[in-house]
Design a protein around this ligand. Structure first.
Ligand SMILES: Cc1cc2nc3c(=O)[nH]c(=O)nc-3n(C[C@H](O)[C@H](O)[C@H](O)COP(=O)(O)OP(=O)(O)OC[C@H]3O[C@@H](n4cnc5c(N)ncnc54)[C@H](O)[C@@H]3O)c2cc1C
Length: 562
């Protein structure tokens, strides 16, 4: 029997990106229906790291502690090595020297830095996804597992999708205003839309062997992240999961013979040869064939359908970009969908999802691709150890810690080179993430970036009364809720550095988007701040004000203060 329902947003795919999207939408008050064809969340660890920028986004939805708790059992893992077998490498390298000892001690987990109130967290996808799912359901997301998108059509008024409940066999028609395809690298939605992809393509075919083997005593004090091994029997890359008894080994296979050529007994032999212990007790928990590929979809928006995560871009896992970039896509799209759905923005705002995220995806895919060797494994030169890896990772760090710069119509750009994917200076320039500084509100320490997330925020310098009055007028005209935060009154800035960090003098202000990206700033005051802000919103939201405000509706006192 076919029944029918209506939702604002349909999310296809209950992986890490679909689940994050549902949470970010919920934060903006947008109800979503999420469908996932599998009965549950990922059973394989896959991505092992949540980078610093993603942790900021998860902090924004109140999940920083939950994610760190979920990751607690994984322990620190920071060495990247290469050699003939794991036993041989660990014997030769010992604990990796003072730098790795220090990094292990600090745990590399959630250390705040001068740039961020949080830090990266080692959390595998099978641990992360249940946290996201539970939080999503608590926030009212309708997440239906074992439910598949079978087909869809779109027209000017929305998307009509046919869902198949794989348990009951029931089919249901759903009408959605918008649909997000977070349906993974093979993306049936992308295929149906006929979206082409660009990029170098498949680098190699890989098998991800997930196994249990008690190596705790071998590894203790020498916990590592990755180890490339090569000997006569095997060439593969270990990625540690908990550094005691759970591991993955990536090996390449030939597409001619196929992954079927790797029955469990052969996989176990390869694992033993890679570890260097011929009679090691190994339990093979999973064997996942995947293609190490660099490809980006040619267009992330197709009418009312958006591609996000692996559906939009695939890249090798080196650098830890895949899941993180996808979560960051979802964050970029969520506030825009919310603004269009509630009528505060015009549909053209949605085009900036593509113009902001596609360059980032292309750029990080390129970096991840360049970290692969010809057989699709991470290039790890022997001998040079941690320093060569740090040298290679230098291109990764800016993205991992602060994200990226955007140039689009949703930003009022300043003179000079426009911010782009590689922009790493955080000085309040429009198109970049607002800088982090510790402030105080009601006696509690908060980061400046904690001020952002739900709606637009006008961050005003201590004497910027005129901007604060003007934003109230503009908010009323547009029928929007916009926060005004004046430094020194609404929040205290104990070290007095915040205005300067955002490039403001004592009468200046900047407007920060709900995703924490600075949209516009004025270093000082303006002759007509209302007109200036109106122009800013007209551009950013691709829509003129909804309410034409009669002069009488604005309090005379407000005008006097301007
Ligand atoms: C071995 C390996 C190691 C990795 N390591 C890292 C790492 O260290 N760091 C990192 O950031 N990334 C890493 N990645 C990449 C990361 O796993 C992916 O980028 C991430 O899973 C993408 O998430 P996603 O939600 O876009 O897609 P997926 O996780 O693939 O989820 C898509 C979901 O959509 C569902 N689906 C598909 N079609 C339908 C349909 N018609 N109806 C309903 N549901 C549907 C699928 O069942 C699937 O659950 C790694 C990947 C692999 C394979």
């Amino acid at each position: 029997m076919t029944t029918s329902e209506r939702v604002p947003v349909l999310i296809v795919g209950g992986g890490v990106v679909g689940l994050s999207a549902s949470l970010f939408l919920a934060r903006h008050g947008v109800h979503s229906l999420l469908v996932e064809r599998h009965p549950g969340t990922s059973i394989l660890p896959r991505a092992r790291g949540v980078n610093g920028r993603t942790m900021e986004l998860l902090r924004g939805v109140g999940l920083e502690t939950a994610v760190r708790n979920a990751s607690a059992k994984l322990g620190p893992s920071v060495g990247v090595y290469a050699g003939t077998t794991l036993v041989d490498v660990l014997a030769k390298r010992g604990d990796g020297g003072w730098l790795l000892r220090r990094m292990r001690k600090r745990g590399v987990r959630g250390q705040e830095t001068s740039r961020s109130p949080t830090g990266p967290c080692r959390c595998t996808q099978d641990e992360l996804e249940p946290v996201l799912l539970e939080a999503a359901r608590q926030r009212g997301v309708d997440a239906r597992f074992y439910t598949e998108l079978e087909d869809f059509e779109q027209d000017a008024s929305g998307v009509t999708a046919t869902l198949h409940d794989r348990e009951s066999g029931e089919r249901r028609v759903v009408h959605a205003d918008y649909m997000l395809a977070a349906d993974g690298a093979r993306s049936p939605v992308r295929t149906k839309l006929g979206v082409t992809q660009s990029g170098p393509g498949v680098i190699a075919h890989q098998l991800n062997l997930y196994f249990r083997a008690d190596l705790a005593s071998l590894v203790k004090g020498r916990e590592f992240s990755m180890c490339l091994v090569e000997n006569r029997e095997v060439r593969g890359l270990f990625a540690s999961i908990n550094n005691t008894d759970l591991w993955t080994l990536h090996v390449s296979y030939s597409p001619e013979t196929g992954a079927e050529d790797y029955p469990p007994a052969r996989c176990i032999d390869l694992i033993r040869a890679a570890v260097g212990i011929p009679d090691l007790a190994v339990e093979l928990k999973g064997s996942l064939p995947w293609q190490s590929t660099v490809r980006t979809a040619d267009g992330f928006q197709h009418g009312r359908v958006f591609l996000g995560g692996d559906a939009a871009h695939v890249m090798p896992p080196w650098g830890g970009f895949g899941a993180n970039t996808g979560i960051q896509d979802a964050h970029n799209l969520a506030w825009k969908l919310a603004a269009v759905l509630d009528g505060s923005a015009g549909p053209a705002l949605l085009a900036t999802y593509d113009s902001e995220r596609r360059p980032v995806a292309r750029h990080v895919s390129e970096i991840a691709g360049s970290m692969s060797d010809a057989r699709g494994l991470m290039t790890i030169p022997r001998g040079l150890g941690v320093f060569s890896v740090l040298w290679q990772m230098r291109r990764v760090f800016p993205y991992a810690t602060m994200g990226y710069g955007y140039s689009s119509d949703a930003v009022v750009l300043e003179a000079g080179a426009p911010p782009g994917p590689g922009t790493s200076d955080l000085r309040g320039r429009p198109g970049t993430r607002g800088p982090h500084l510790w402030l105080e509100r009601n006696g509690a320490r908060i980061s400046s970036i904690d001020l952002f997330g739900e709606r637009f925020v006008l961050l005003a310098a201590p004497d910027a009364t005129a901007w604060c009055t003007a934003i109230a007028i503009v908010a009323e005209k547009r029928g929007m809720r916009i926060d005004a935060v004046r430094l020194g009154s609404d929040v205290s800035d104990p070290r007095g550095r915040c205005a300067k960090a955002y490039g403001l003098n004592t009468t200046g202000a900047c407007l920060v988007r709900p995703d924490g990206i600075v949209a516009w700033r004025s270093a000082g005051s303006a002759r007509d701040p209302v007109a200036a802000l109106e122009r800013v919103f007209d551009q950013i939201l691709a829509a003129p004000a909804r309410n034409s405000l009669r002069e009488s509706a604005v309090s005379p006192a407000a005008h006097e203060r301007l």
